[in-house]
Design a binder for this molecule. Structure first.
Ligand code: BES
Ligand code: ZN
Length: 905
């Protein structure tokens, strides 16, 4: 075995640090010379000339000519860049971003290539803003173009940012190496003996954060799309066999997007590459999308149906960015939802179209539930929020931008119809191609399509659009409507009451942690809600745009039930007052198929949200899910089961003897109630995607709850697997459960650690790692955390997942929290303040605390890292969560206990 190196350069993290995502040469206006530019004092004693994080707008980069020369022996690189600039104000300074580079030389020449100075120019550094300033003794004149030439060098980075090194272990040793860039065509020249230079054509006009290079000896598979784009999947030689599925997906997706957006993919090729050390899940660099191995590789023998779905969705996401994000980039990071919310939503549209069997629409509700989870806490933020410094910008990549963004788009699409929505976004993409855009530009493009439809056309589908438009009122103001969702935080709670033939409606902000009686309630929030509802009186979905705090709808006397927010296409929670929930419970028990599976899931979700907020007693929710014994659809089943599991997991982490009896009762109740569903599951990979997903989750929970038949089967299968020396192919959807049970004894755990160490399958490794974290031996859990910190056997890229999984284990929960406190500085250094990793670590290790003492403990820790915690929204989220849990126990434990006693008698 030898270790092979590869190098990855992603400008994303460098560009995050305050630079404009602006596409080069796009800033059209030339503002007056800003006060922020300070006049130089003279050579040798120059103060840094610029005080802002964003760069001056009066120097416009037109073209970058970049040379990089990495050295894999010295683990360093040198390089040079020539930037053509358009100067729009007289100035002596060029300020640009640079992080961690040694600048060895800077010169400026004019259009005629004459040097502006016969000396090397002074370069000033402002590391806190990650900027350098280059001083030209001769004024750069407004209206002129110049060439700036900079030579630089640095060590190849460790970690996942900038130009960093990654490594993989191989039994082969390949010497050929090649480089991949957001390359256009590439030409290879021998510039020195044994030194090859790859020369890339000029790119299309693009934002700097989308540039990436990878230098490696990977193998690839290639195919061509119907419009002639060459698609290649790259992976290390040993994992190369796992690239086939990604190739099929990527080709289909590119074909789909070209048709859906009605815009050709502008580059001749698209490379997708699986990188062994990768900080996030994937990145959309133009023409060279980069992935962690689990996001791209698929192995039929070890990847489960969920792994397959994940790979498909990640590719759908990154390829959507080639249009949403790359072709049109948001003006500034405050509107990153225009990239991420759209890409998340396009995952659903594209996978639905290309892989209908995956039934991806079943997962959209989960995305919306995740959004609501964040948005119903006080610590939430508007989708579009100010973000200036790197820490703030990194935190924009959260559930609000991604999940709420996607759900709000889903609501908008339903409101406008598919046709208007699609035409509107095509219009937006065409109009702003190779440029930057604001939210307003999107609303204008969509509104323009509405007008077009309502005014002129008469075909059937357009008539439908016209009706939609009219229902919204003659002068529907799309911007006013969308602003209530984009620039206002939170989610509305619509309370409905039946009064004779009317349905009375009220809207308030929905918060899971306070009640109206707490005095914190605010009616200050107001949304334009495209409300929908269904009744037993007809099969149509009725619509109503609610723009005021209270409202009423005539539904008629003869209606016996009303279900609001049909199929949860709207982003709002619904509360049925005055016995309304009893009616829903009755309906579900007597005739649950009168409602769609989405409506049933939505009711379960709403009920449990309202329980947490104190609007509904727990026993009502538990009664509501009593119908689940009749349920055959995976989605509502998993939703209901998920709440029971969540209660169990919260209770099992309590050390309190008093609570332990409830813990046993919940366990008994779940096993008894879901007995026939558990017994129905087979230990195989057969069936539809939904069936496979249900099987995987139900069996995993059953074994976690110590269900004897489940344990027995898992143990036997694990034994067989051990005996076969790991060569036996386990059913992929239950492999994780088999490993988790096997990891309970010492020998099993050690064998699994060995498997983890040698496996070449990322999908298998992540299942094994999960299993290792299920051990009940705290020494073993401790060892895992230490291995994660060391970053050799368990790569650093997996540390946050590892901490999260150890924290899920009742034996590892405290251990994980103490580990985070002890190693806080190292973790921040490795993952950076504001990153999703740091956020997830904080939220996951505190997420199950539920006593006032634990709340104080978390507060004390945040106090001790005040400078950092005060900048982190995740710290607020963590505190909100613990407070919510404390309340949950105060409010619900007694009810849970007596309800369970009644059921178990
Ligand atoms: N643009 C992001 C990648 C990113 C975000 C890198 C924030 C660094 C910081 C990319 O398109 C993305 O959203 N990746 C997701 C995976 C995807 C399937 C949702 C990620 O990395 O979590
Ligand atoms: Zn993305």
């Amino acid at each position: 075995m030898v270790w092979m190196r590869l190098l990855v350069l992603s400008l994303f993290h460098m560009s995050l640090v305050g630079s404009q995502p602006t596409q080069s040469s796009q800033q059209a206006s030339s503002p007056p010379a800003p006060a922020e530019e300070q006049s130089p004092l003279g050579a040798g004693n120059l103060p840094f000339p610029w005080s802002r994080l964003r760069l001056p707008r009066y120097i416009i980069p037109l073209h970058y000519h970049l040379l990089l020369h990495p050295n894999l022996t010295s683990l360093s690189f040198t390089g040079s860049v020539q930037i053509q600039i358009d100067v729009q104000n007289n100035t002596n300074w060029v300020v640009l971003h640079s992080k961690g580079l040694r600048i060895s030389k800077a010169t400026i020449v004019n259009q005629n290539l004459a040097h502006l100075s016969d000396q090397v120019l002074p370069v000033l550094h402002n590391p806190s803003h990650e900027q350098i300033g280059i001083f030209s003794p001769r004024v750069l004149s407004s209206g002129q173009k110049y060439f700036l030439h900079i030579e630089f060098g640095a060590e190849l980075a460790e970690g996942f940012d900038g130009f960093y090194r990654s490594a993989y272990r191989t039994i082969y040793c390949l010497y050929a190496s090649c480089s991949h860039g957001c390359c256009m065509d590439v030409k290879t020249l021998e510039v020195d003996e044994g030194l090859l230079e790859d020369q890339f054509d000029a790119s299309v006009k693009m934002s700097t954060y989308l540039v990436a290079f990878v230098i490696c000896d990977f193998k690839s598979v290639t195919a061509t799309t119907s419009s002639g784009v060459q698609v290649s999947i790259y992976a290390s030689p040993e994992t190369w066999m796992q690239t086939r599925y990604a190739l099929e997906v990527a080709v289909k997706m590119l074909d789909f997007y070209e048709e859906y957006f009605n815009i050709r993919y502008p580059l001749p090729k698209q490379d997708l590459i699986a990188i062994p050390d990768f900080g996030s899940g994937a990145m959309e660099n133009w023409g060279l999308t980069t992935y962690r191995e689990t996001s791209l590789l698929f192995d039929p023998l070890t990847s489960s149906i969920s792994d397959k779905l994940w790979v498909t969705m990640v590719i759908g996401h990154e390829l959507a960015h080639q249009w949403f994000g790359n072709l049109v980039t948001m003006e500034w990071w405050n509107d990153i939802w225009l990239n991420e919310g759209f890409a998340r939503y396009m995952e659903y549209i594209s996978v639905e179209a290309t892989y209908p069997d995956l039934k991806v629409e079943e997962y959209l509700l989960d995305t919306c539930f995740s959004a609501i989870g964040h948005d119903s806490l006080n610590s939430s933020r508007p989708i579009s929020s100010p973000a200036e410094n790197p820490t703030q910008i990194k935190q924009m990549f959260d559930a609000v931008s991604y999940d709420k963004g996607a759900c709000v788009l889903h609501m908008l699409r339903h409101f406008l119809t598919d046709d208007v929505f699609q035409r509107g976004i095509v219009r937006y993409l065409r109009k702003y191609s190779y440029r930057n855009a604001h939210n307003q530009d999107l609303w204008d493009s969509l509104a323009n399509c509405i007008q077009l439809f309502s005014g002129l056309e008469t075909c059937c589908s357009c008539m439908y659009c016209l009706l939609q438009y009219l229902f919204a009122g003659e002068h529907m103001d799309l911007t006013a409507m969308m602003d209530t969702w984009i620039v206002q935080k939170g989610i509305p709670l619509v309370t409905v009451t039946r009064k004779g033939p009317h349905l009375l409606l009220r809207q308030d902000r929905f918060l899971r942690t306070v009640l109206p009686s707490d005095g914190l309630w605010s009616t200050f929030f107001l949304w334009h809600i495209p409300l929908t509802y269904k009744t037993d009186a007809s099969s149509t979905t009725h619509r109503h745009l609610m723009t005021t705090h209270t409202d009423s709808i005539h539904i008629g006397e003869e209606v016996s039930w009303v279900k609001v927010n049909t199929d949860m296409t709207g982003y709002y929670v619904v509360h049925y007052e005055d016995g309304g929930w009893d009616e829903m419970t009755k309906l579900l028990r007597e005739n649950h198929t009168a409602l769609s599976y989405k409506d049933r899931t939505h009711l379960i979700h709403n009920a449990f949200q309202l329980i947490t907020s104190g609007h509904l007693p727990l026993d009502k929710g538990l009664d509501l899910i009593g119908y689940l014994q009749l349920e055959t659809h995976t989605v509502p089943l998993l939703q209901g089961l998920g709440y029971l599991e969540a209660f169990y997991r919260m209770i099992e982490k309590k050390n309190d003897f008093d609570v332990i009896t409830s813990f046993l009762c919940v366990k008994m109740y779940i096993l008894r109630f879901f007995r026939s569903i558990i017994d129905r599951q087979t230990w195989s990979d057969g069936g539809s995607v939904s069936e496979r997903r249900l099987r995987s989750q139900v069996l995993s929970l059953a074994c976690h709850l110590e269900d004897p038949p489940c344990l027995e089967r898992a143990n036997q299968t694990f034994k067989d697997w051990l005996q076969s020396n790991g060569t036996l192919n386990l059913p992929t959807d239950v492999a994780e459960t088999v490993f988790s049970v096997g990891a309970r004894d010492d020998h099993g755990w050690r064998s699994l650690l060995h498997t983890y160490n040698i496996s070449l399958f990322a999908a298998q490794k992540s299942k094994v790692l999960f299993a290792l974290t299920c051990s009940r031996d705290t020494n073993k859990l401790h060892k895992l955390l230490e291995l994660g910190l060391e970053g050799k056997v368990i790569r650093s890229q997996d540390l946050s997942f590892l901490i999260l999984m150890v924290a899920r284990n009742p034996r590892g929960h405290r251990l994980a929290w103490n580990f985070v406190k002890k190693n806080w500085d190292t973790l921040v250094q490795r993952f950076q303040l504001g990153s999703s990793c740091i956020g997830n670590i904080l939220i996951s290790t505190t997420g199950q605390f539920s006593s006032p003492e634990e709340l104080t403990e978390v507060q004390l820790f945040f106090e001790s890292i005040k400078d950092q915690a005060s900048q982190l929204r995740a710290a607020q989220v963590a505190l909100d969560n613990v407070q919510k849990n404390v309340r949950w126990f105060q409010r619900n434990l007694e009810t849970l206990r007596s309800w369970l006693n009644k059921q178990l008698q």
